[in-house]
Design a protein around this ligand. Structure first.
Ligand SMILES: C[S@@+](CC[C@H](N)C(=O)[O-])C[C@H]1O[C@@H](n2cnc3c(N)ncnc32)[C@H](O)[C@@H]1O
Length: 230
């Protein structure tokens, strides 16, 4: 069956993971970035420490740091157990074991938790959820979405995917989504309809290989660029 979850989980990656997942260049870091479904990733705080400002949005930001932490603690054993059961579906190079992955993710999520109150006050963490975002059209240069769209194709419908991608395209001039695989490791069935729809609406669509690969074969991101000037 492959890795399975009953719900969408709060689970967060680091700055280094984001650099690889989205092939971010030094020039990209200077851009105005939205991390949509940022969850408890440390990308926002790690960027701040490097002198950049990112806005992250996620429905879990309505909760307190201690409540989010409680959900993370509940999630930890579920993820480690699922990774043990499906070990052959992952690349174990830099990450040595399910426990090692748990340790790396918990370090990143701890940095997020320590930053959360300040980040909320500074409006770097905004409570919002796809498919409708409280941002202006083209407010951002670049919108990132990792481990929500396509990953949760068993939980979120094709219509939700289409509406959400169009919404990301409304708020940013460029959109990058990673990975293109479902949690189970199969290519999302919604990738192809999303690509056709976006192309019809005048977006340039590219699938690019990236350095990050933890799910076997999950080393590609979707890039959407605006080609029309309006
Ligand atoms: C697995 S986490 C990924 C976090 C981060 N992007 C990363 O890769 O480290 C998925 C996140 O999606 C968020 N989420 C769930 N439904 C959402 C929605 N409709 N719009 C935006 N985010 C959503 C969850 O709250 C959760 O924090």
């Amino acid at each position: 069956m492959g890795f399975q979850l009953s719900n969408i989980i709060p689970w967060g990656r680091s700055f280094e993971d984001y650099l690889e997942m989205f092939a971010l260049t030094p020039e990209d870091l200077e851009r105005s970035i939205l991390d949509c479904a940022g969850g408890p990733a440390s990308f926002n705080v790690d960027m701040k420490r490097r002198g950049y400002r990112v806005i992250s949005c996620d429905p879990i930001y309505q909760f307190s740091a201690s409540k989010i932490n409680q959900r993370i603690q509940e999630t930890y054993s579920i993820v480690v157990e699922q990774l043990h059961q499906n070990k052959e579906n992952y690349v174990w190079n830099n990450i040595k074991s399910p426990e090692h992955l748990g340790e790396l993710r918990m370090e990143a999520m701890q940095r997020f938790l320590e930053d959360f109150s300040l980040g909320k006050a500074e409006e770097r963490y905004v409570t919002a959820e796809l498919p409708k975002l409280p941002f202006n059209s083209q407010q951002f240069d670049l919108a990132l979405n990792s481990h929500l769209l396509f990953s949760y194709s068993q939980h979120l419908s094709e219509d939700f995917h289409l509406e959400s991608v169009l919404e990301l395209c409304r708020v940013a001039r460029e959109v990058r989504i990673f990975p293109l695989l479902e949690l189970s490791g199969n290519l999302s069935p919604f990738l192809s309809p999303v690509i056709s729809n976006l192309q019809q609406q005048g977006w340039r669509v590219e699938i690019e290989p990236v350095a990050y690969e933890f799910q076997k074969g999950g080393n590609q991101m979707l890039r959407l660029f605006k080609t029309t000037i309006d």
